[in-house]
Design a binder for this molecule. Structure first.
Ligand SMILES: NC(=O)C1=CN([C@@H]2O[C@H](COP(=O)(O)OP(=O)(O)OC[C@H]3O[C@@H](n4cnc5c(N)ncnc54)[C@H](O)[C@@H]3O)[C@@H](O)[C@H]2O)C=CC1
Ligand SMILES: O=C([O-])CC(=O)C(=O)O
Length: 339
């Protein structure tokens, strides 16, 4: 994140009207005119590792692209309409595709309640990616992430194009929230707090590992409240927005951070992020997608790190997580097989 923040602040400090991209990297955003898509596209326009920004949506992408294209950073921006040619041109040559397309929650809904609408949206976009940019790294934001990521993997497998190193469920918002919330408990600098969050991205599948932070002393009710806030942080925003959707701005920030980490990794830096990937860690328990710390490399996933030592309380959280995650993953798989 520091680099993204530096990138942003450099842009303003130096008034870098001609910030030059260090290498040509095309990034496509599918769902670019939405609540997440717009600020995410804005942040990607501020990232000088991006040379081409392709914005696609079923409505409004050319307008968002025209607007963002006036920002004085040295990358090209193009908006694409929902036609076969539009999606083909948006995706061709993309190295990274970020997908925040789909409907968000309203109060009273779980992320799984979005499945019926978002599963087919993600499946169809994944088919287009498999056809037009099979080598791209895919960053899935659309919920329910625990199921949409397995959907993408099944689509790619069916197309004979699947590379598990290149498929990521974006769980960075859980990491961002965890560091923010722990800093509020401890009155510290949130940017300096590192909280691994493993499992998945929904309710009890979100497992913060507080024992591995610099505050393993948080216990009892304070710990329960903090863990609950991290697990249900999304609900806090859904409730506050009162029917107008879910987290968009903090998600855009988190998505831009994750994309930046992959861009840095593509340039040869080693970056570690927690992300939901095909993982051997709990495959024996029938859970073959799992978020844990992952070292990112040029090709995407370089190394999946085990969860490491956890305490009894976290062992119980993990049990509940695996139980739900298994069902969420299977639901995604079954959808592609029967649709
Ligand atoms: N992974 C995470 O941590 C988070 C995930 N989300 C999820 O992100 C998704 C998007 O949320 P918002 O941006 O708030 O929703 P939104 O409704 O504001 O925007 C979604 C956009 O997707 C577009 N869209 C719909 N179908 C499409 C298709 N077939 N192709 C291309 N674009 C399409 C819509 O036109 C709209 O512009 C939701 O599913 C939400 O639950 C939200 C916050 C955090
Ligand atoms: O809560 C939601 O529906 C959106 C989301 O995934 C989050 O904010 O973590």
């Amino acid at each position: 994140m520091f680099a993204l923040r530096n990138t942003v602040s450099n842009i303003f400090q130096k008034r870098a009207f001609s910030a030059s991209a260090s290498q040509a990297t095309k990034v496509a955003v599918l769902g670019a005119a939405g609540g997440i898509g717009q600020p995410l596209s804005l942040l990607l326009k501020l990232n000088n590792k991006v040379s081409d920004l392709a914005l696609y949506d079923i409505r409004g992408a050319p307008g968002v692209a025209a607007d963002i294209s006036h920002i004085n950073t040295d990358s090209k921006v193009a908006g694409y309409n929902p036609t076969p040619e539009g999606i083909r041109d948006a995706l061709t040559g993309a190295e990274i595709v970020v997908i925040p397309a789909g409907v968000p929650r309203k109060p009273g809904m779980t992320r799984d309640d979005l499945f019926n609408t978002n599963a087919s949206i993600v499946r169809d976009l994944a088919k287009a990616c498999a056809e037009h940019c099979p080598e791209a790294k895919l960053l899935i934001i659309s919920n329910p992430v625990n199921s949409t990521v397995p959907i993408v993997s099944e689509v790619f497998k069916a197309a004979g194009k699947y590379d598990p190193k290149k498929l990521f469920g974006v769980t960075t918002l859980d990491i961002v929230r965890a560091s923010r919330f722990i800093s509020q408990v401890k009155s510290t600098d949130p940017a300096a707090e590192v909280v691994p969050v493993v499992g998945g991205h929904s309710g009890v599948t979100i497992v913060p590992i507080l024992s591995q932070t610099s505050h393993p002393d948080i216990s009892g009710e304070a710990r329960d409240a903090l863990v609950n806030r991290i697990q249900f942080g999304g609900d806090e925003v859904v409730k506050a927005k009162d029917g107008a959707g879910s987290a968009t701005l903090s998600m855009a920030f988190a998505g831009a951070r994750f994309a930046d980490s992959l861009l840095k990794a593509a340039e040869g830096q080693e970056v570690v992020e927690c992300t939901f990937v095909e993982s051997p860690l709990y495959a024996k328990e029938g859970v073959d997608f799992f978020a844990s710390k992952v070292t990112l490399g040029k090709e995407g996933v370089k190394e999946i790190h085990p969860v490491g030592q956890i305490n009894e309380y976290e062992t119980e959280l993990l049990k509940a997580c695996l139980n739900d995650l298994k069902k969420n993953i299977q639901k995604g798989r079954d959808f592609v097989k029967s649709n």
